[in-house]
Design a protein around this ligand. Structure first.
Ligand code: SF4
Length: 226
């Protein structure tokens, strides 16, 4: 009930990610050496679809999350199969491949897209821990254009951490996605992080409210997601 706004959905997690966000809470699904530890526990696709058949009338949709699902070459076919069973399909992505998202929107496979915006663009690598080729930023920009022009439901969201983000960064990100339908600010919660020495801490409620006011100047709707 949390992952797909307004809907009851199950969540499919795919492995691999092209980022190494310092604050990532799921290093076992990002770092290859940790992934190897539970290769035997992966759910076969057939088992997933058998499960889904038993959830007709109970679930509204399926949220396909990453780590980064667009890294999966079979993402399109997988999502299409879900759609053909009349479930709504939500995709979470970091924006690395606008072309697959565009195709899935055009073919009416996607009902909702959630995109992470990690930081001010000039500081992006401070958050994601790895340098990206210019293609990543091109794709990110093109995806934004596609979403602004499309009728599909979508959201941008940022996990904010004190020590990593400032009020200026919130403004930079909101300006970048100016006009976006929904922008969610998610407070960083400490715990098992990909970088065990991650230096960030949560913001206070008052600080988050200030960020919300800043972002509301630029986007259609901003909320703090707890
Ligand atoms: S938090 Fe960053 S590293 Fe972790 S799965 Fe998401 S995009 Fe990948």
């Amino acid at each position: 009930m949390i992952d797909y706004p307004g809907k009851i959905a199950c969540v499919v997690f795919t492995q691999w990610c092209n980022f190494r966000c310092h604050f990532c809470h799921n290093p076992e699904c990002v770092l290859p050496e940790k992934m190897m530890l539970f290769q035997n526990d992966l759910i076969p696709e057939e088992a997933f679809f058998n499960f889904l058949k038993t959830r007709r009338g109970l679930l509204d949709g399926v949220s396909i999350c990453g780590w980064e699902p667009t890294l999966r070459p079979d993402l399109y076919d997988f999502a299409k199969k879900i759609k053909e069973m009349w479930f709504l399909v939500k995709l979470d992505t970091n924006g690395r491949d606008y072309q697959i998202v565009k195709r899935m929107i055009q073919d009416k496979i996607l009902d909702y897209v959630a995109i992470d915006i990690k930081h001010s663009l000039h500081k992006y690598e401070e958050a994601i821990g790895l340098a990206q080729e210019p293609e990543f930023y091109n794709s990110f920009q093109k995806l934004l254009q596609i979403l602004l022009e499309s009728k599909i439901d979508y959201e941008y969201r940022t996990t904010v951490a004190k020590g990593l983000h400032t009020a200026d960064d919130i403004e930079n990100m909101a300006v970048y996605i100016r006009g976006a339908k929904h922008y969610y600010l998610q407070n960083y919660i400490g715990g098992n992080t990909l970088n065990p020495d991650f230096w960030g801490t949560p913001f206070s409620d008052e600080e988050l409210e200030e960020f919300k006011k800043i972002a509301e100047r630029y986007v259609q709707h901003c909320e703090i997601r707890k």
